[in-house]
Design a protein around this ligand. Sequence first.
Ligand code: SAM
Length: 209
Amino acid sequence: MHVNRFDTAAAEWDQKQRRVDLAAAIAAGIAALPLHQEMEALEYGCGTGLVGLALAPRLGSLIAADSSPGMLATLSDKIAAQGITNVRPLLLDLHSKDCPQQFDLIFSAMTLHHIDEVELILGKIVEGLKPGGILALADLDSEDGSFHRDNPTGVMHHGFDRAQLTAALRRLGLKSITVDTVHTIMKTDGQGEKQPYPVFLLTAVKDRT
Ligand SMILES: C[S@@+](CC[C@H](N)C(=O)[O-])C[C@H]1O[C@@H](n2cnc3c(N)ncnc32)[C@H](O)[C@@H]1O
């Protein structure tokens, strides 16, 4: 079986406070959306569930999808340890498969920059939304490549331009698109200086027609 960088990192993923703080900020941003207990939700690129498990109590059900078996194994351990009943881990890569059903909410955090064919995957995500469904995407703003300086494997994009991402989602038929800074990661750059890396949260709605 192919083992990727996320399989290797999974067991210790939650030990970096920077990741925990970022996930908490993203979850708080998504929690401000009109969530409800009947919602069927999908998280794409769930990792160990730092974002999804924080939101699960506000949702009916959550399919937590990722292409890394290692990440999903760590998530499964957390689900079992915490007695969570409404979150189901799913091995999924939308490059080769479609969403398993349509959802009221799809969210994704810090995953898009690892995706090769972003427009293809965004198209599949939009197809996976019910009419009136909500999309929430969090990722890095365009950066100079220094964010992943220590571990560039599997990094397909150095963040995203907000206007270009918004335009791509408009082309896919999404409406009511908003983009806000949800968190700023402070990380040491190549010169040993702390550099700010803003993270945006984009939200959008699929037309009911
Ligand atoms: C930077 S981690 C973010 C994890 C989690 N969302 C968080 O905020 O803690 C990116 C995640 O995307 C997953 N990923 C990368 N490429 C993917 C793909 N093509 N399909 C599904 N998941 C993918 C990785 O396995 C990893 O768990």
